[in-house]
Design a binder for this molecule. Structure first.
Ligand code: SIN
Length: 348
């Protein structure tokens, strides 16, 4: 899982790597040279990117499906699409209501990074409590060396930092929030061993998320079986962040799907084949879309080479309005330049 390809000479020659480079965010050189100009993204050709939202709208009006796309006959309450040549892959455009998107975006920031869940910050700072609240309150993380043998980190008010003297190691909570890259729920994934470490303390995945995942998983589930959510990885993307081509292959039973929910800014998802030499299929992922990958699709390389944070392409206006109505400017601000993916797994 997450064994992102290194951009060595060889890997640049794979079809997957070429597609990643095609869609990745590059800036216009002239905008980088001038300190007065706002950085401008280079235009990207998205004419080959499948747009399931447009396909679903046309399908609802009785239009034909594009070549290679089929509607899955699964009696789900929304149209579910699959792709020729990629058995086990399902796309449910707009599967989550606006309320669900807001709820899971909020949980992803406020409760999912809370210990004992682990995040990418654990390796450096140990468990961090209330990162989102600390960022909102403009707190700063400082090293507390009062117990010489076991220094710990804690959030303090900005005003307290200079009082702690020179040489004090500190980092604004807002910068740490921006650098939050993943958190893990349920059974904890050990990235160094690339395996689940069942001995690590963990809380169960919240029941409401389990129920949602069970419902969403049904189109990809073997007849008569129910999906059992046991672990989830939450990925946080800021502008320019990517997720390199990888396989999710650490779960025992690949007949069970990975349920993957998109929140926030629009992205491009690449679904490759069983080798990196296979040409990947590119598709847009919008807030509220859900992907299922089961069976043979579990053996397909996939990744996210691009998120769109500019106002016209991000397509987050309804979410922004929702947060502004709730007077949550901080969440609204985070959302404007971010994407969150929650992918839920049955491990055993
Ligand atoms: C993943 O491949 O694990 C996440 C995909 C996504 O961010 O949509």
């Amino acid at each position: 899982m997450y064994g992102a390809e290194k951009p060595s000479g060889d890997s640049e020659r794979t079809a997957f790597r070429r597609a990643e480079k095609k869609y990745k965010l590059y800036y216009d050189d002239s905008s980088l040279k001038s300190s007065r100009k706002k950085k401008q993204a280079k235009p990207v050709d998205v004419s080959d990117v499948i747009d399931f939202k447009a396909i679903a709208e046309a399908h609802e009006r009785g239009g034909e499906l594009p070549v290679g796309v089929a509607a899955a006959p699964c009696g789900f309450r929304r149209p579910v699409f699959c792709l020729e040549g990629r058995p086990g892959f399902y796309f449910i455009p707009g599967a989550l209501s606006l309320e669900e998107q807001c709820q899971w975006m909020r949980e992803s920031l406020l409760s999912f990074p809370q210990p004992p869940n682990r995040t990418n910050h654990n390796a450096i700072y140990g468990p961090l409590q209330d990162l989102f609240a600390a960022a909102k309150e403009r707190k700063v993380l400082v090293k507390d060396e009062s117990d010489g043998d076991h220094p710990t980190w804690k959030f303090v008010d900005e005003a307290e930092v200079p009082l702690r003297g020179n040489g004090c190691t500190s980092c604004p909570a807002s910068a740490l929030l921006r650098k939050l890259r993943w958190s893990t729920l349920g059974l904890q994934f050990d990235w160094s061993q690339r395996n689940y470490d069942v001995s690590l303390p963990h809380n169960k995945i919240p029941d409401a998320l389990c129920q949602l995942a069970k419902r969403l998983a049904t189109p990809a589930m073997p007849q008569g079986e129910e999906f059992r959510p046991e672990a989830a990885i939450v990925n946080y993307f800021a502008s320019g962040d990517t997720l390199g081509g990888h396989l999710d292959d650490m779960e025992a039973d690949w007949s069970k799907p990975i349920v993957s929910m998109s929140l926030g800014c629009k992205a491009i998802f690449l679904l490759g084949g069983k080798t990196r030499q296979d040409n990947p299929i590119a598709m847009f992922l919008r807030s509220g879309d859900v992907l299922l990958m089961a069976g043979e699709a579990r053996e397909c390389f996939h990744g996210v080479p691009r998120i769109f944070t500019d106002k016209d392409s991000a397509e987050i206006t309804p979410l922004e309005l929702h947060f502004s109505n709730q007077d949550d400017c901080f969440l609204q601000e985070y959302l404007r330049s971010s994407r969150i993916n929650i992918n839920i797994r049955q491990v055993f």
